[in-house]
Design a protein around this ligand. Sequence first.
Ligand code: TYD
Length: 204
Amino acid sequence: MQGLFIVIEGIDGTGKSTQARRLAAWYQAQGREVVVSREPTDGPWGTKLRESAASGRLSPADELEYFLKDRRQHVGELIRPALAAGKVVILDRYYFSSMAYQGCRGFDPTEIRRLNEAFAPRPDVLLILDLEVDRALERIGSRGDSANEFERRDSLQQCREIFLSLTPEPFAHIIPCDCPLDEVTARLQQVLIRVGQATAPPGA
Ligand code: TYD
């Protein structure tokens, strides 16, 4: 069986991690072996990055470098081996987040992409969860979190625009998600069936 690489992206508060878990269960029900992971990872570089969200951000150059180091390790230790073993790999964030968030800090998103694609495989399907920034901030607030250093309104607006600019790519799909979670899940499943990366349930 061939591996399948799915990436879920979008600004904070769009529900990426919930949808990643739901898609994982859906693929498991189709008899696939699934690995769900996220970036920043829980490895040494990812841990430093998460700490920086609470305690004060790194310089733009250090931040970009730490994300690259975290990803290099993730690709080598988890992503490539799982794909080679024929698994479905579902990621909550990947290098498109670097394009968006480090792009907001002054780096050219195209250059960020080039640096990443030198070692990081492209996903088969990129699902971009899209929501107005004010709605996303409301959701972050209502889950009891306060917006961290990565989540300021202006920069989220810019991040959203960078994510939306990815759609000319044939593997990228924008999924509006200002609707109940079940509806978002159904939309994601429809995209995956349409692009031939999942099987429609009998009778659908
Ligand atoms: P997030 O997924 O929000 O972490 P948590 O699960 O702890 O809520 O990721 C933390 C932040 O990292 C998020 O606001 C976006 C940022 N980020 C980047 O700036 N660049 C990147 O390449 C990645 C993967 C994330």
